[in-house]
Design a protein around this ligand. Structure first.
Ligand code: NAP
Length: 279
């Protein structure tokens, strides 16, 4: 039987630490949250981020723009926020409507306020190990792994998924902690055999019931980044939990695993941005 990794508890600890630091040092910290259009999932994420800001004593500034906002209008808003001293972090909720090129918007965000760590400058810093911000989801996963007491150094780690926001930076963070890392994707041959090598298996695919028991080594730490809807429209991860859980030593549930960590790390990054800008 695996031990459940309690993402809610770990994320609460991080948010409490952020709040305590802000109160202790009497800081005024602000996060701008920009949402374009009416995507219901994005609306939920934005509301959760605003709630977390309140919890941490961070002031949130919401900019809810209509679907037909042009790329230039959005870039203009980002530039204004770059120059606003009350705003320490800028988060543009993705995905954006199709007529707006996400890359261009991300490039417009000042790297010092890029609390998602998506800007090419921050990505490059992560690769060379000289970073300020870490991308929220992979950084949250590292916190969850640490919470199990697992020493990552020398471990075989397999990451399924190679997206810029999860898979690739996830692999980098594991590498920085001296793991032996394999990244898998849709062209990987004999995925199950590769995954069975993993002492730590991180799945970021986005398909329900994708990771089955035959892909998991006995005693592995299993981290499920996936956020999917099953046939009953219930939130679920990538891992077929009931059959994988008995084989794992530690496993994240969905919901209540990686999800809350992403927001907690965003709060941590926003405080870090404030510190950087005060230097
Ligand atoms: P993404 O950009 O769609 O990437 C999915 C990755 O999975 C791709 O690299 C893809 O490979 C790989 N993949 C797809 N089918 C595969 C297969 N049959 N075998 C092996 N690899 C396969 O997704 P993402 O943005 O990284 O997100 C992944 C999941 O994490 C989603 O469910 C998302 O909702 C969730 N997520 C959760 C959080 C959170 O806070 N909990 C945050 C971000 C994302 P190719 O590159 O070859 O296509």
């Amino acid at each position: 039987m695996a031990q459940l990794i309690d993402g809610k508890a770990v994320s609460q600890r991080i948010k409490d630490e952020v709040r305590a630091e802000i109160e202790r040092d009497g800081l005024t910290v602000g996060l701008a949250v920009v949402i374009v259009g009416n995507d219901p999932a994005s609306r939920v994420y934005v509301n959760n981020k605003k709630k977390a800001c309140e919890m941490c004593g961070i002031k949130s500034y919401e900019y809810a723009l209509p679907e037909e906002t042009t790329e230039n209008e959005l870039r203009e808003l980002v530039r204004t926020l770059n120059d606003d001293p009350n705003v320490n972090g800028i988060l543009v909720q993705l995905p954006l409507p199709k007529h707006i090129t996400e890359k261009k918007i991300i490039k417009t965000i000042s790297p010092k306020k890029d609390v998602d760590a998506f800007h090419a400058e921050n990505v490059g810093r992560i690769v060379i190990g000289n970073y300020a911000f870490l991308p929220c989801t992979p950084a949250g996963v590292m916190e969850l792994i640490h919470s199990t007491g697992t020493d990552v150094a020398g471990k075989e780690c397999v990451v399924i998924g190679r997206s810029n926001i999860v898979g690739k930076p996830m692999a980098m963070l594991l590498l920085h902690e001296n793991a032996t890392v394999t990244i898998c994707h849709s062209h990987t041959k004999d995925l199950a055999a590769v995954c069975r090598r993993a002492d730590i298996l991180v799945s970021a695919v986005g398909k329900a019931d994708f990771v089955t028991a035959d892909m998991v080594k006995e005693g592995a730490v299993v981290i499920d980044v996936g956020m999917n809807r099953n046939a009953e429209n219930k939130l679920c991860g990538d891992v077929k939990f009931d059959e994988v859980e008995p084989k794992a030593s530690f496993i994240t549930p969905v919901p209540g695993g990686v999800g809350p960590m992403t927001i907690a790390m965003l709060m941590k990054n926003t405080l870090m941005a404030k510190r950087l800008q005060s230097k």
